[in-house]
Design a binder for this molecule. Structure first.
Ligand code: ZN
Length: 238
């Protein structure tokens, strides 16, 4: 029988302290977006369940927060740093129940800290900052949204330079598109135009025609916005 409950409990083991805990996840058929933004942010109607609220697992024992994309490898010396900066500061709390948007935002901040301390891949850190920006977008908190879009953009650029997206769910075309699109959203039109062009001229265009089509549309959009801003004399260079 198919369950009518929107949530299910998932058994986890903390990748840092190994202790078991449970956390909620949203069943996919309760989370159907009515619209997806140009940076892939899904929009849900009120009363719908946003799976991004439950993307991060927070260990109630030690405070280490992670997504399922995190590797379970900790570079030498990192465990001591996490112990000092996270576990010793942690007041035991449970993120394993229904979360409100503030708890969801906090879970991402904890995961961004944990992921940065353990030197998680830039492509993965970028995805965390991006999802957090989306939660602020849903609340129309545009300053916070821009702040985390900016951090996501920096991490995608680092990821591109060091090719650390290899082995993640992101392809090089995905990374180039995100750099272009986040630059456009942050008013860095010249950079946006240059990255969308890299996709259009890329050797792998046959692998992802949809992405190339999207890049063409956003290239056009960025060009138009850039010329409008130039006319208005209001432009951020870059
Ligand atoms: Zn733990």
């Amino acid at each position: 029988m198919r369950s009518l409950e929107p949530f299910y409990e998932k058994k986890m083991a903390c990748i840092f302290c190994s202790k078991p805990f449970t956390t909620l996840k949203v069943r996919s058929r309760f989370a159907i977006p009515y619209q997806i933004d140009s940076d892939f942010c899904p929009n849900y109607r009120e009363g719908n369940y946003n799976p991004h609220f439950y993307f991060i697992n927070v260990c109630p024992e030690c405070g280490f927060a992670f997504s399922e994309e995190f590797s379970d490898q900790f570079p030498l010396g990192v465990r001591e740093i996490i112990n000092t900066k996270i576990t010793k500061q942690w007041t035991k709390r449970n993120f394993g129940e229904v979360r409100d948007i503030q708890q969801a935002q906090e879970s991402y901040k904890l995961a961004i800290l944990a992921g940065s301390l353990k030197n998680e891949k830039n492509a993965i850190l970028a995805g965390l900052c991006l999802r957090l920006a989306w939660l602020y977008r849903a609340e129309k908190m545009s300053e916070q949204e821009s702040r985390f879009l900016g951090l996501a953009l920096n991490s995608y650029e680092e990821s591109f330079v060091h090719s650390d997206f290899v082995g993640t769910s992101m392809s090089e075309l995905n990374i180039l598109y995100m750099i272009g699109e986040l630059s456009r959203r942050l008013g860095q039109y010249q950079k946006a135009i240059s990255y969308f062009s890299k996709i259009i001229q890329h050797k792998d265009t046959n692998d992802d025609q949809k992405m190339v089509k999207r890049a063409r549309e956003q290239w056009k959009q960025a060009k138009e916005e850039y010329s409008q801003r130039l006319k208005a004399g209001n432009i951020i260079q870059g």
